[in-house]
Write a protein that binds this ligand. Structure first.
Ligand code: UDP
Ligand code: MG
Length: 324
């Protein structure tokens, strides 16, 4: 792959893993196999995101096995002190990567390793951000799909980018990786930030595969919180909603106020308390929602201002035999 005038360099593949004991070896073999066949120099970086199963020992064991079996490939592992989330794991992997370009992919092989060599070729042609876009969203429930569409539509409006088919499956040039690592925000949403940084971008379509083992790590609650956090970290639109709601309530108040005054002066008294109670309840709820939204942003500011690290590394397994 590196013959002639073509640019070539080390590809680091970052693979976040949370409770993926069944998948470590399979993923390492599949990815390394494909890259070796394509003649791409590579290193694999597994980031154990505080797994509770045997993921870490699997990573170390596979690294050990690779040393004997695949001397041309390097496998390294980082272990977090607890679960910090996929985004933190991705950033830790990128920080650790030494490659001239870095790819990020899931551990469950839902991102086909074969696509990596296609992405690498685009990188060789000079593209600096190569995004994997989903041909379809794979198997998911109707409800899950509808929620995802809503989230991506809102996210698309917030970021001014089409996120509907975006994924975390990307290959970034060293310059793009360094630009990402310069961003200091703790609440970093990799999928959107890697587009936000700009650079020469290309897209590669891929078919989302079936999970090859284990189970998905997302609960519905987790997804809702993930969606809300990422949305608010990218956009102040929900805050503007507070103003919009305020204006709507004001218009209603003027109309209702006018009607009440008219009735008072024409001698028609208002009937009962029902209207008053309903209006009070509606305004009360709107106020609560607005306070909630503002509170959420304050919480985010509080989180960021504390300046805690994105993750804490508890352990590493290195293979320092070759390259750089
Ligand atoms: N993951 C992680 N930390 C988490 C949750 C997930 O590192 O807290 C990893 C997981 O091991 C996998 C990838 O993120 O490699 C995608 O997770 P999953 O397959 O569960 O998500 P889905 O494909 O269902 O969206
Ligand atoms: Mg998956």
């Amino acid at each position: 792959m590196c013959e002639g005038q073509k640019k070539c360099g080390l590809l680091s593949v970052v693979i976040p893993a949370y409770n993926e004991q069944e998948m470590i070896e399979k993923a390492a073999e599949a990815v390394s196999g494909v890259l070796q066949e394509a003649g791409i120099d590579h290193e694999l970086i597994f980031v154990d995101d505080g797994s509770k199963d045997l993921t870490w020992s699997e990573i170390c064991r596979t690294a050990e096995r690779f040393r004997g079996k695949r001397p041309s490939a390097v496998l390294r592992g980082i272990r977090f002190s607890r679960n910090f989330g996929k985004e933190s794991a991705i950033f830790a992997g990128l920080e650790e990567a030494r490659g001239d370009c870095c790819a990020v992919m899931d551990c469950d092989l839902q991102h086909p390793p074969e696509t990596l060599s296609q992405m690498y070729q685009l990188w060789q042609q000079g593209y600096q951000v190569i995004e994997g876009v989903k041909k379809s969203r794979g198997k998911e429930s109707w409800f899950h799909g509808a929620c995802a569409r809503l989230f991506y539509r809102l996210m698309g409006q917030a970021t001014k980018m089409d996120m509907s088919r975006a994924s975390d499956f990307k290959l970034l040039d060293r310059k793009a990786v360094d630009a990402l690592l310069c961003l200091k925000e703790k609440n970093a949403f990799f999928r959107a930030l890697s587009s936000w940084i700009g650079f020469q971008t290309a897209q590669v379509e891929f078919e989302v595969g079936e999970r090859q083992g284990g189970v998905s790590k997302w609960s519905f609650r987790g997804l809702v919180s993930y969606a809300f956090t990422n949305l608010t970290s990218f956009s102040a639109a929900p805050m503007q909603l507070v103003t919009v709601l305020g204006v709507i309530v004001l218009i209603c108040s003027i109309l209702l106020g006018g009607q009440s005054l008219y009735k008072k002066f024409t001698g028609q008294a208002l009937e009962g308390f029902t209207t008053v109670i309903i209006i009070l309840l509606i305004i009360g709820s709107i106020l609560m929602i607005c306070l909630g939204i503002i509170g959420y942003y304050i919480a985010q500011i509080y989180e960021e201002i504390k300046g805690r690290p994105r993750y804490i590394v508890a352990d590493r397994c290195e293979e320092e035999t070759q390259k750089k």
